[in-house]
Design a protein around this ligand. Structure first.
Ligand code: SF4
Length: 202
């Protein structure tokens, strides 16, 4: 287990799920963490996430993937936490690459579809930022391995602008937690159709 020395159970840090829920609809943050109204399990976002629940523990014998990536060393199921970034999470693999950089690798058991990929991309960016902060080593790429129907490997560019976007979302979330102010609605009204908060959301 790797974590910053300042990491305590009282340090406010967000998980990738909390960031993704906020991106799906900023009001999720408000209902869950300001109003303390938990979600039902049957929201559309939960359905998307639910497909990920069974994904772990099938990461053995994936050496061909690591070879393709150019990894020379790995750690599996690594807990990463940074009070500075205010983020924490468990990544399937932390990789050391031949070129001296590092990279996160996460296994997915869904189809690599565009809509789902956007959430996976954000998740891998969070892991990349955490690895860079904790290991003090550059991370230029992250990897998503879609292993349900084969061995599709998707590369995610870890750019300064992508990282800045994640930082901005984290800032937005903490601003809601600090002020208690009701945020704007989901960008698409379609997201409200299956939402567990739709009857109370004004
Ligand atoms: S009803 Fe729509 S705006 Fe309200 S929390 Fe749900 S998704 Fe967001």
């Amino acid at each position: 287990m790797i974590a910053s020395v300042q990491d305590t159970e009282h340090t406010p840090m967000l998980t990738p799920s909390e960031v993704l829920e906020h991106i799906y609809c900023p009001r999720f943050t408000w209902y869950m963490n300001v109003q303390h109204i938990p979600q039902h399990e049957d929201t559309r976002f939960k359905v998307l996430k639910g497909r990920e629940v069974h994904r772990r523990r099938a990461t053995e014998n994936r050496d061909y993937l690591r070879k393709r990536i150019g990894a020379v060393k790995r750690e599996i199921e690594v807990y990463l936490a940074s009070p500075t970034l205010r983020l924490r999470g468990i990544v399937d693999e932390v990789l050391w690459l031949k070129d001296g950089t590092m990279a996160p690798l996460d296994y997915k058991y869904t189809e690599p579809r565009e809509q789902v990929f956007k959430t996976h991309e954000t998740q891998i960016l969070i892991y990349a930022m955490l690895i860079e902060a904790i290991y003090q080593t550059p991370v230029r790429k992250g990897y998503l391995a879609y292993v349900r129907t084969g061995q599709h490997l998707q590369e995610v560019e870890v750019t300064e602008s992508a990282k800045a976007t994640v930082v901005a979302v984290v800032d937005q979330i903490f601003a809601i937690l600090d002020t208690g102010k009701l945020p704007s609605r989901a960008r698409s009204a379609r997201r409200c159709e299956d939402c567990c908060y739709k009857n109370i959301c004004v």
